[in-house]
Each structure stands twice: as structure tokens, then as C-alpha cells.
Design a protein around this ligand. Structure first.
Ligand code: HEM
Length: 373
């Protein structure tokens, strides 16, 4: 019974996939800055593009297997979705969605210059799940499904499973044989970057201001580690002083929340509810502290920014530029459906960034190593 419900649902999903694909691709093609050709590290050849259901004859159950893994993983711990979403962003942003972030020949040496060890990637999680999915797919159809497709499909499915929007995803990505340590250190936006630096990095990859603001909405889910928040409150940009853009009452809340022990703290309820663990805070808790959890895919991230309660300096900077501030206000104003629609389009675009196709790259047999290893 459960299986047939799943397959009915999946058939519906695929139908809506095709319909929305037709619509979305049309919509994207009409956006002046949305063409994949705007991406400066362009690798997508016009005759070797990603396609819908790339594995339909070579590994027909590939996407179903990924979905089944995600369903189980999300049921066990829904944090995995935020972890994969961040992993996908950091992979796609550096030389495209090519799974270069997964490569790891470091033998645990954190100084080894691989993308995974670059400073912005040090707290990335989710690698183990991708490895497990890959292992299952290698049993089903060896050397066929790329690690980069697994990242994109698993992330997309995770987003749906936590109440986020469906977005049509093309497949046929291939995996990089290289890891890009320096590029990751230099080009992944920093939490203390100002708005012009952040927009510059997004624009280099062909994202408009609207798309950048929408992608930031990924912070609707998951957590921001207290290490990033506390730094902002005490030693902002190495000045030894707090970030003046944090309202004083919010600074007190954040400090106490990050330092508090959730179970024994005698804090006021608003602050106590903000605390889920000493390790990090979520936007959902800031705007809706009385709810213990939420799917996240609504507009509470944007509402927090309008209230001046951004967790990261780079988040709050969206309110420092008139155009991005206006976009934040628009996204904060309805029931979340505008955000979901825009997020789906922006994720589709991100998933196509700088992909390797055709005879480029390779299909790794293990996600952490190039085949030549
Ligand atoms: C200027 C741009 C951005 C900066 C500076 C930034 C920075 C950060 C930082 C510092 C964290 C906390 C990490 C930790 O505590 O370990 C975080 C979390 C996260 N970021 Fe971003 N981010 C940016 C844009 C994005 C985008 C575009 C996406 C995806 C489309 C994204 C997805 C996420 C997610 C889902 C989390 C939560 C991760 C978790 O709970 O494990 N971020 N980000």
C-alpha cells in the first residue's frame, strides 16, 4: 500500500515536473540575466546539455533510489536537507555543479589543499549520505550515475520532503577530476561581506539581484552556528568591537541564546525558545519562537531581516541596498508562495551552473576520489 501510494505520488510528481519544466524553461529564457551563457566559467556545450530523465534507459530507477534514501534520511533527521542545500550551493558556486567539493584525498589532514578544506567549507555536512546513495547506485548500475547528479536530485527531493517547492531538474552532469581549494577560499561569499561584494560574486555567476535575494532564502531552514554569530557580537571584522548594525536588545538575546544551556537556563520564554542548542540558531526560532519547529519554506527569513534581526552580517546587508531591501520586503509580504516560486526557479538555474556534460569529466565510482586514484 505504502509503495503504491509512493509510486502514484511519484508519477504525479513527474507529470507536474514536465509541465513546470515547460513553463520554467520558457520563463528563464526570457529573463535577461538568467541564461546559462552568462556564467563566466561556462562549460555547457550547446549540443551537450542536460536533459530530462537522463538515466531513463541506463539506470531507470536512479531517481527513485535517491528519493527513497532521502525519504528515510529526512524521517530520521530533517537537518540533512539544510546540510545538503548548503553543500550544493558551495559546490555549484565554485566551477559549477561538478561534485568537486566531494573529492577528498587528504587522509584527514585539514591543511591539505582540497576544496573540502577551504575555510568556507569547513562546516559543510552531508557527505556521508551522498556516499551512501552512491554506493547503492553503484550496485544497481555501476559507473552510470554521477555524484553531481546525486547532489542535485537528493537536495531537490529533500526540499520537497520538508515542505519546500518542487523544481524541475535536468540530469546528465558529470564529475570533476579536480578540486578547487583557492577558488573556494576566494569566491564563496563570506558571512562578513557587504552587499556589493556579495552581489558581485552572484552576478559573476549570472544571478540577478532578485535571484541572489531569493537564494539567500535558503537560510529559512537549518542553523547558523554560534561561532559566526558571536564573532559578530564581539569582534566584528577583527575590530574588537560589535557590529553596530545589530540592535542592542537583539545582541543581548543572541549572546544569551548562544551561551545558554537550553535545558537549565532561567531565561525569559522568548529567549529560551530561541535556543535549540548552544551550537546554532535558526531563523524560524527568531520570528516564531513559540513554535518548536517549522518546515521553513515560508518568509520568516525575510521577516527577520525587515525587523533588523539577521543572524549573519551578510544576511542583514540585504537591507542595506535599496533594490535588495525592496525585494526582501516583497518576499516578506505574502504567505510564502512568491518565495517558493522564485526559489524553485533560482534553484533550477543554480543546478545548471557550469556543469560538465558529454565527454567532459567522468562518472566517479566513489564520490570522494577521482577514478584515477
Ligand atoms: C552571502 C551568501 C551566503 C553566506 C555568507 C552564507 C553563509 C552561511 C553560514 C556562515 C552558515 C552557517 C554555517 C554553520 O553554522 O556551519 C550558513 C548556513 C546555511 N547556508 Fe548559507 N550563506 C550564503 C548563501 C547561501 C545560499 C545561496 C544558500 C543556498 C542556496 C545557502 C544555504 C545555507 C543553508 C541551508 C544553511 C544551513 C546549514 C545547516 O543547517 O547545516 N546559503 N550559510
Amino acid at each position: 500500500m505504502a509503495v503504491s501510494v509512493y509510486y502514484d505520488w511519484h508519477a504525479l510528481l513527474r507529470l507536474s515536473f514536465l509541465l513546470s519544466l515547460a513553463f520554467s524553461v520558457g520563463a528563464l529564457n526570457h529573463h535577461p540575466s538568467s541564461s546559462a551563457l552568462d556564467f563566466s566559467h561556462q562549460r555547457l556545450e550547446l549540443d551537450e546539455q542536460l536533459v530530462y530523465d537522463f538515466y531513463r534507459s541506463t539506470c531507470p530507477d536512479a531517481e527513485t533510489i535517491v528519493y527513497q534514501f532521502m525519504r528515510e534520511a529526512v524521517a530520521n533527521d530533517s537537518k540533512i536537507v539544510a546540510q545538503l542545500l548548503r553543500l550544493m550551493f558551495h559546490d555549484c558556486f565554485i566551477q559549477g555543479c561538478d561534485a568537486s567539493l566531494l573529492l577528498d584525498d587528504s587522509n584527514g589532514n585539514l591543511n591539505h589543499p582540497i576544496e573540502r578544506n577551504a575555510i568556507p567549507n569547513r562546516t559543510i555536512k552531508g557527505f556521508e549520505l551522498i556516499d551512501q546513495i552512491k554506493e547503492a547506485l553503484e550496485k544497481e548500475c555501476p559507473n552510470v550515475v554521477s555524484c553531481s547528479d546525486i547532489i542535485s536530485v537528493a537536495t531537490r527531493d529533500g526540499i520537497i520532503l520538508t515542505g519546500g517547492p518542487f523544481f524541475p531538474l535536468l540530469t546528465g552532469r558529470r564529475d570533476s577530476q579536480e578540486s578547487y581549494f583557492n577558488e573556494a577560499n576566494q569566491q564563496i561569499p563570506r558571512p562578513d561581506s557587504n552587499i556589493s561584494e556579495t552581489l558581485r560574486l552572484f552576478s559573476k555567476r549570472g544571478f540577478s539581484e532578485k535571484e541572489a535575494v531569493t537564494l539567500f532564502g535558503a537560510h529559512n531552514i537549518g542553523k547558523i552556528g554560534c561561532e559566526f554569530i558571536l564573532q559578530r557580537l564581539s569582534n566584528f571584522k577583527g575590530t574588537g568591537k560589535p557590529d553596530p548594525s545589530v540592535p542592542p536588545d537583539f545582541a543581548v538575546e543572541l549572546k544569551r541564546s548562544c551561551n545558554a544551556n537550553a535545558s537549565s537556563s532561567p531565561l525569559p520564554s522568548r529567549v529560551r525558545n530561541l535556543v535549540e542548542s548552544a551550537a546554532g540558531l535558526s531563523y524560524f526560532q527568531i520570528v516564531a519562537p513559540s513554535s518548536p519547529s517549522g518546515s521553513g519554506f515560508d518568509m520568516h527569513y525575510y521577516k527577520s531581516l525587515v525587523m533588523g534581526r539577521g543572524l549573519l552580517y551578510s544576511d542583514q546587508q540585504l537591507m542595506a541596498d535599496p533594490m535588495t531591501a525592496w525585494l526582501v520586503t516583497v518576499l516578506a509580504s505574502d504567505d510564502g508562495s512568491t518565495f517558493k516560486w522564485e526559489f524553485a526557479k533560482a534553484m533550477l538555474k543554480m543546478s545548471n551552473l557550469g556543469v560538465l556534460t558529454g565527454s567532459q569529466g567522468e562518472i566517479r565510482s566513489r564520490c570522494s576520489f577521482p577514478n584515477s586514484h
